[in-house]
Unconditional design. Sequence first.
Length: 403
Amino acid sequence: MFRLCPTAHNRNAQMRPENDEMKTHTVGIIMNGVTGRMGANQHLMRSIVEIIKQGGVKLDDGSVIMPDPVLVGRNPDKLAKLVEMSGVDNWTTDLDSVLGDDRYGIYFDAQTTTRRVEAVKQAIAAGKDIYCEKPTAETLEDAVELYRLAERAGVKHGVVQDKLWLPGLRKLQRLRDDGFFGRILSVRGEFGYWVFEGEDGQLQRPSWNYRKEDGGGIILDMLCHWRYVLDNVVAPIRAVSCVGATHIPQRWDEQQQAYDCTADDAAYATFELEGGVIAQFNSSWCVRVRRDDLVTFQIDGTDGSAVAGLRKCWTQSREDTPRPVWNPDIDRPGSFYDGWAELPDTQPWDNAFKVQWELFLKHVVSDAPFRWGLLEGAKGVQLAQLGMESWSCRSWVDVPELA
């Protein structure tokens, strides 16, 4: 599924230190949909280009994996700009041509969700290893089908679950592993910020995000994230209660044309986790931020609590927990923030997307373990679908195990 050669070809070879004795595994990657914001910034520039610049991904045997990307999209002008920005020479608007090229062993998909299923099916049929953004599909049926097709075809597969490598969440995981929390009682997540309507022509997010017919909606987007965060950092999700809302009914698109918003722009969800842990997550594009970060996760346990943002984490042990007295008639001296201690960094932190890319490349080349495959992606779609079902029927919905 990949091509071995003594040195990487084209300009990528010039970005790597010379070592005649070092074996280089050149891995061709079809990067489809990287003209979008996430694909261009996180996956191309901050992941693949940075991996090339650092000299590839080193394996235990001393050999190196060197990415050889080809950029795929529908707009040649956008692709040309990406070439100039990234230094990646190869690009095309013809997906079929590169799917049929043995030079490329990995297919990566960062397109809009509505286009993902068909393209990933094509790539699986062409024998490519699969790495793609989430959600992997709009429906659980399609997401599970992608997993089963990949398994039957014998191709390797992975799904982006980037938040697991955020420094803040890595610190929460370390606290959990060290037993800091004691018995975990509850989790609270706050995510989002104010996304302007776009009437002034300055869009923060693509307009399709707010059209259900184009795969938009914050429930489909963010509950996929909360599934893998809670499953991996705290405990598996067993039930969900969710209410969505379309708080802003009209926005302006990339052509500054007004359109009706048909997708939810806020979601208020409660999850019951294994062991009786309760998690509450608010996700909104209609909220102004007054907290430590754009996303915060708070875990409360019998022995201590911690709050993490994207990079930082603060703790309060049982011994340091104050005993507040309720008195609304006077101003409280000091701040509740004062009783928290910031957890220091004990290592440098790399870009979360890049870290997972490196793990997937190792999985493809050396068969290193990689457990974040298309089944995990399907679990995220499952939770989003059940969240929408809960909203529709106004009730709790159980989350059955996927196998």
